[in-house]
Unconditional design. Structure first.
Length: 250
């Protein structure tokens, strides 16, 4: 039986219907948190979870109005938010700079940067009101610290998200609010693999030349200990934790 490290905590998780987000919701529930599971799609989390422990919200993270409305609903249900995990994200088609499609570029920044900013901007005022300040975890990517694992649009957006995380950690450090970033390598079952058949041939081959050095691809479960650590460690702030199976030592 899992320990109740998060008993009494209220967590918000975006991109919760599948993959890393879905596993994160189950992780938090298993450690005693109540979870607001947020996604643009209908929930896939088992309906057997009691309603007092989980609430599902459909929200487009690129819409500030929808985000503000969703955060208000969470606060009406539970009265506080302790943990915000910005997991919702999209990849591009591995296009190099000369081949960037405007649609991919705008979507990557809208979802991967604007989305987390919207939720952080909506949650931080509530964090500041609470005796126990909030914890933010932004799901970045190895692409936030490397130029070799994604197309230009995705890589630029994840670099931007890491910068947003660092700035937030510093700006609010004296308040007790924490903001950290997790930077996973390639994770099986996520968009990097699901859409490789649609990838830009040149960009995919250049990225694969680096990614094929990894000893083994990650499973979603490989990230869960790091997520739990980053939302519970009391003095970890402004961290960027790379979990890549050793790829970046290649």
């Amino acid at each position: 039986m899992a320990s109740k490290l998060l008993s009494g905590k209220i967590a918000v998780v975006t991109g919760s219907s599948a993959g890393i987000g879905r596993a994160t919701v189950q992780l938090l529930l298993s450690h005693g948190a109540k979870v607001a599971a947020i996604d643009i799609n209908e929930p896939l989390i088992s309906s057997s979870t009691p309603e007092e422990e989980i609430a599902h919200f459909t929200c487009d993270v690129t819409s500030n109005n929808e985000v503000v409305d969703t955060v208000d609903k969470v606060l009406k249900k539970w009265g506080r938010i302790d943990i915000l995990i910005n997991n919702a994200g999209v990849t591009d088609n591995f296009a190099a700079t000369a081949d960037i499609n405007d649609t991919y570029w705008r979507k990557c920044f809208a979802v991967n940067v604007d989305g987390p900013m919207h939720f952080m901007r909506a949650c931080i005022p509530q964090f500041l009101k609470q005796d126990s300040k909030g914890c933010i975890l932004n799901m970045c990517s190895l692409a936030a610290v490397s130029g070799a694992v994604g197309g230009s649009a995705y890589t630029a957006s994840k670099h931007a998200l890491l910068g947003l995380s660092r700035s937030t950690a510093w700006m609010y450090a004296n308040t007790g609010i924490k903001c950290n970033a997790l930077c996973p390598g390639g994770v099986l079952g996520t968009d990097i693999f699901l859409h490789k058949d649609q990838a830009n041939k040149f960009g995919w081959e250049r990225s694969l030349a680096f990614m094929q050095c990894v000893p083994a691809w990650l499973d979603v479960s490989d990230l869960m200990p790091s997520i739990l650590y980053l939302v519970t460690a009391p003095r970890v702030n402004g961290a960027e934790l790379v979990v890549d199976g050793g790829l970046t030592v290649a």
